[in-house]
Structure formats: structure tokens, C-alpha cells
Design a binder for this molecule. Structure first.
Ligand code: SAM
Length: 327
């Protein structure tokens, strides 16, 4: 079992499988994108599966595959199948922008993926390219339907709320839970990324987001969608799904943090907002045994800070792209 210096049990790994993305969301990447790493710089499938095995032997039982855009990694379905076969893992989920999901949903389900989160910041076709700098609303909506048809449950939709950019769509996203059995999660914008996009005017606090949702009812624990992160859920009276909130700045949830992050290049990070971490790729390629890798994992757990220092005024800005951190 892994326990950090503040007594938090660490049992969740966010695993980035690529630092490339097929969208260029304004809060995440610059318009020209960033140079993705050469394939030999990325962990190979074999290296990923080995690291996941060592992590699982230490008590990591939940894993989320992320990126960059994970579905853009060649061979992602086979990689997920190999990860899913790791003894000790009880939950394997995926974060995607949904662009490639309609083609892959069935195969991902068969490979052993249990849950899918789709990032979607607008329901308006004309606005989608203004936020993602690419067209794609229709194909993402097809992806969400394909995920539901393939039997994924829950399917969550992550909406980063940007004041004055998509904040007028909060009620529309709540209405989406009336039409589809999806779980919409509103995420406070965070001061992460070298885009310079974050500022106090674009940040909408949790209480404002909630006020714009209209009436919401608390959900009993039995009705909560399965998940192991910081979201707090409610239900709109006519909802088939639920409405959740993730507010890193308004309501610091670091006290409940249970996670580590592994970047696509093999750097293990104790916290999204901290510079600390260790490069496991070098050790793997230098022939380290499982016991040595396990010791490195424990070292990173010991580096976990008590809490992040990000603030709405722009304090604690993490100057590194989310797609290379593994968002
Ligand atoms: N491509 C995948 C996706 O779209 O879900 C995985 C990677 S993406 C970086 C992971 C999540 O990070 C997305 O939901 C994205 O909206 C969120 N994200 C990126 N930058 C953010 C920021 N500055 N504040 C809040 N959320 C952010």
C-alpha cells in the first residue's frame, strides 16, 4: 500500500500515453500546437505495461488513461487490452476529447475499458472551433452516443467553464442530462499551461457556476456515478444523468488526493501543480528491476505536497502544457 507523508492513501494512477493532441483548446495549447515528442522518447507499450504492473503490485488499483489525446496513440486499443489484463486493477477509465471515439468505442469496451470521460466545452457548432481551434462538435456528439451504445457507464462530460466564453451554456449542459444519461461535470479553469489564457476575468468561481445551473437536488450515495476523483454530484429534477462540480481553486480538495501522474515520457509526478517528480524511463531503459522501480514509485509518493498553491489571481501558475503533464 502507498501512503504519502500526510496520511493519504495513493491508489490511483493517471497515465498519459501521448503528448500530442488533435485539438488546440485555447486554455490548454497555443494555436500552433507544441512539438510532440519523437516516438522513441515516449514509453513503449511494453514499458507502460511493466510500470502499471509494478504500480498495481503496490496497491494502485484505479487507472485513468489520458494524454494529449490518448485515442491518437497508434495501437491504443491493444495497449488498453494489455493494461486491463494487469492483476490488481479494478477500474480502468479514459479521458478523451471524443474526436475518435465513435470509431473506437466498441473496440475499447471489448479491450476492457470500464469508463469514459469526454471533454466538451460547447454544444454550439459555430463556437466549437473558437474554443478547440478545430471543427468537431458533430463527431464528438457521435462519439458520446457511441460510448453510451457500447455500454459504457457512467459516461461523463467534462466542461471547463470560461467566463464570457462558454459560461452562457451552463444551463444547456444541464439540459443535456435531461436528454442523455450522461454526467456533466463543470470544471473551474485552472492556471495551468504556458498559453497565458488564464486570468481572473476568465475564471468563474464554483458558486457562480452552481447559481447558473438552476435548481439541483443532492444525490444519495447510491445514485452517484462511479468515480474516484474530486467531483461532487447533484441531479437536475428532470435529469437522466447528473451534474457535478470540480473546483480546484474555490474548494481545495487536495486533502482527498489519491493520485500519481505518469507522463508519456515516463516522468512520474506527485501532483499536477508541482515541479517535483522522477524520470522512470531512464531507470527502465538502464535495466532497473521491479524492486528498484517500486522504490522510485515510493520516493515520488513521499514527494507529494500537502496542497497545490494555485490561486484565482494567477498565483501558483504551472508553466507547462497540460498535454505534456498528462491532464
Ligand atoms: N485529450 C483528453 C481530453 O480532452 O480529455 C485528455 C487530456 S486533456 C489535457 C484532460 C483534461 O484537462 C480535459 O478535460 C481538459 O479540458 C482539461 N484541462 C486542460 N487544461 C485545463 C485548464 N487550464 N483548466 C482546467 N482544465 C483543463
Amino acid at each position: 500500500m502507498l501512503t504519502d507523508p500526510f496520511g493519504r492513501r495513493i491508489d490511483y494512477l493517471r497515465l498519459s500515453v501521448t503528448d500530442r493532441c488533435n485539438l488546440r483548446c485555447v486554455y490548454c495549447l497555443p494555436a500552433q500546437g507544441v512539438a510532440g515528442s519523437a516516438s522513441e522518447e515516449l514509453l513503449s507499450d511494453k514499458e507502460i505495461v511493466r510500470l502499471v504492473g509494478v504500480a498495481a503490485s503496490l496497491g494502485i488499483n484505479k487507472l485513468r488513461v489520458t494524454g494529449g489525446e490518448p485515442l491518437a496513440r497508434p495501437g491504443i486499443v491493444n495497449l488498453l487490452g494489455a493494461i486491463a489484463a494487469t492483476p490488481g486493477l479494478t477500474d480502468i477509465s479514459l479521458s478523451t476529447n471524443g474526436v475518435l471515439l465513435s470509431k473506437l468505442a466498441e473496440d475499447l469496451r471489448r479491450a476492457g475499458l470500464t469508463r469514459v470521460n469526454v471533454s466538451l466545452d460547447t454544444l454550439r457548432a459555430e463556437r466549437f472551433p473558437a474554443i478547440a481551434r478545430r471543427r468537431g462538435l458533430e463527431v464528438v456528439m457521435r462519439g458520446i452516443r457511441a460510448a453510451l451504445d457500447a455500454g459504457f457507464s457512467p459516461v461523463k462530460i467534462n466542461v471547463v467553464v470560461m467566463n464570457g466564453i462558454n459560461s452562457d451554456e451552463i444551463p444547456d449542459f444541464v439540459s443535456l442530462t435531461h436528454r442523455l444519461p450522461v454526467h456533466v461535470r463543470f470544471i473551474e479553469l485552472m492556471p495551468i499551461g504556458e498559453t497565458g489564457f488564464f486570468n481572473a476575468r476568465r475564471w468563474l468561481p464554483l458558486r457562480e457556476i452552481q447559481a447558473r445551473c438552476g435548481p439541483l437536488e443532492p444525490l444519495s450515495p447510491a445514485e452517484q456515478p462511479l468515480g474516484f476523483g474530486p467531483a461532487v454530484y447533484f441531479k437536475s429534477p428532470a435529469g437522466l444523468g447528473s451534474v457535478g462540480f470540480i473546483s480546484a481553486l474555490s474548494c481545495n480538495f487536495c486533502g482527498r488526493c489519491n493520485r500519481l501522474r505518469l507522463t508519456a515520457k515516463g516522468r512520474l509526478l506527485p501532483c499536477l501543480a508541482s515541479e517535483a517528480g522522477l524520470n522512470l524511463r531512464e531507470s527502465l531503459r538502464a535495466g532497473a528491476g521491479d524492486a528498484e522501480i517500486a522504490a522510485l514509485l515510493r520516493q515520488v509518493v513521499a514527494m507529494k505536497p500537502e496542497r497545490h498553491q494555485m490561486a484565482p489571481e494567477g498565483g501558483g501558475v504551472r508553466e507547462s502544457f497540460m498535454c505534456s503533464l498528462g491532464g
